[in-house]
Design a protein around this ligand. Structure first.
Ligand code: LLP
Length: 426
């Protein structure tokens, strides 16, 4: 799963004690494991080897340029959703000809930048965008390739905020309208609509939604081909689960086992857009306890990290496993799930310093007794952690650190008070 383990009663990232890193860079800090990133990309390569897919790492989950460099070195493509993400990929030395670009609101500026970068496919989200891409490609007399994002009306059974592939979603084109969209836009000289894109939502902790959606897409592709449209690729999106608790997500091989038989021999290039299944378990966020207090019967551990650093619990009521960086022997563990079958635990809420009642990282957790100065690790924070962080309440953003074997490097320095006002005009 990852390379964060308890050895000698303390948490290590690969070969480095987490406490050694925080002693140097302070808290809050995001700490990533390079070996975990590599292993997860390798899992995709191996599991889907038969299809030789284009693996497009989804940038939005964890977009530090050093992370993108490391992923680019593994010969991946990238899934982007903005001109800014494409800029990051290019700056990281990523191969922009292996980029797929989704997003419902691509501006003309962003579209032109992506054409300049010669990206692989625009993942097109509406008829209006099809019309605009056709216009721009013709004005520029440049071949531009598009994949139509179809909305297969499949319920991925995940949080409503991260459900995308159902009807009445702002994403994609209803599958019933797809053939008409091809009839209108699929025979252009410059804009080549030649692929299908799906993304159902995330995280999706079962394989069934993929099966249902691919099944519907294949029926549609057959019909499109019968009408003379050339369909060369299918992009099945991301959403593959991460282990927020040990064993929660299917293995990459489990997804491959059901997906490959459906797509084998179909004459379609397979594109995947994994995000959290690569970056999620590759990162933790570490905060330090500033105070402990009681409120009624509740015990609170107040950290120097909050929803400004990791918003997922507040926004999606997401579960992130939390455990002290240093533990007593009886609290050393190898599985991450709550409640734990251990002795001397105290039910505790882990909250942040932000002036919002919804500012918490973990509620009602059975934790070893916490004291001021202890450090807590919030696990599976590599995806949509730092990337969604903010300076709310004017807290400078956390440091990011990348561990690789026996060494570590600060890959984003902790912001300063001056950084808070750097872009503000005086
Ligand atoms: N492809 C497309 C078109 C997407 O919209 C997304 C995620 C992905 C791929 C990658 O999904 P992943 O494999 O990382 O699950 N902030 C939320 C998740 C929002 C996901 C948005 N799109 C969270 O913290 O869970």
């Amino acid at each position: 799963m990852d390379h964060f383990t308890y050895k000698n009663d303390e948490l290590y990232c690969e070969n480095i004690p987490v406490s050694k890193i925080t002693a140097e860079v302070g808290t809050p800090a995001y700490i990533y494991s390079a070996a975990t990133f590599r292993r997860h990309v390798q899992n995709y390569r191996e599991a889907f080897a038969e299809m030789n897919p284009l693996i497009c790492y989804s940038v939005k989950g964890c977009s530090n340029i050093n992370i993108l460099k490391m992923v680019a070195d593994l010969d991946t493509g990238f899934d982007v959703v903005s001109g800014g993400e494409l800029f990051r990929v290019a700056k990281a030395g990523g191969d922009t000809t292996k980029v797929v670009y989704a997003g419902v609101g691509k501006t003309d500026k962003e579209i032109n930048e992506a054409i300049d970068a010669n990206i692989a496919y625009f993942n097109v989200e509406s008829e209006a965008e099809l019309a605009n891409l056709t216009k721009i490609a013709n004005e520029r007399k440049t071949i531009v390739k598009g994949a139509l994002r179809v909305n297969p009306d499949v319920d991925p059974k995940t949080h409503r905020y991260t459900t995308t592939g159902k009807k009445e979603s702002k994403f994609g084109v209803d599958i019933e309208r797809a053939v008409a969209a091809f009839q209108e836009f699929g025979k252009d000289e410059y804009f080549k609509l030649c692929a299908i894109h799906l993304h159902l939502g995330s995280p999706i902790n079962t394989t069934d939604p993929y099966v249902l959606a691919i099944d519907k897409a294949l029926v549609m592709i057959e019909e499109l081909r019968a009408q003379g449209f050339e369909i060369e690729a299918i992009d099945i999106g991301g959403g593959f689960g991460a282990d927020y608790t040990t064993g929660q997500a299917p293995l990459t091989a489990d997804y491959a086992d059901v997906i490959i038989p459906m797509l084998r021999d179909k004459g379609l290039k397979l594109i995947l857009e994994p995000g959290r299944s690569i970056s999620g378990n590759a990162g933790i966020m570490v905060g330090q306890v500033v105070y402990v207090k009681k409120g009624g019967d509740k015990n609170f551990a107040i950290l120097d990290a909050g929803m400004n650093d990791l918003i997922r619990p507040s926004l999606y009521e997401a579960f992130h496993f939390a455990w002290p960086v240093k533990v007593k022997p009886q609290h050393s563990l190898d599985k991450r799930m709550d409640p734990m079958n251990l002795s001397d635990l105290v039910k505790t809420d882990i909250v942040g310093p932000i002036c919002e009642t919804g500012d918490y990282l973990a509620l009602d957790r059975n934790l070893p007794a916490i004291a001021r100065g202890d450090q807590l690790a919030i696990f599976t924070a590599g995806a949509y952690g730092f990337a969604m962080s903010s300076q709310y309440n004017s807290h400078p953003r956390a440091a990011e650190v990348l561990v690789d074997g026996d060494s570590f490097k600060v890959i984003r320095q902790r912001e300063s008070y001056d950084d808070l006002i750097a872009a503000e005009m005086s």
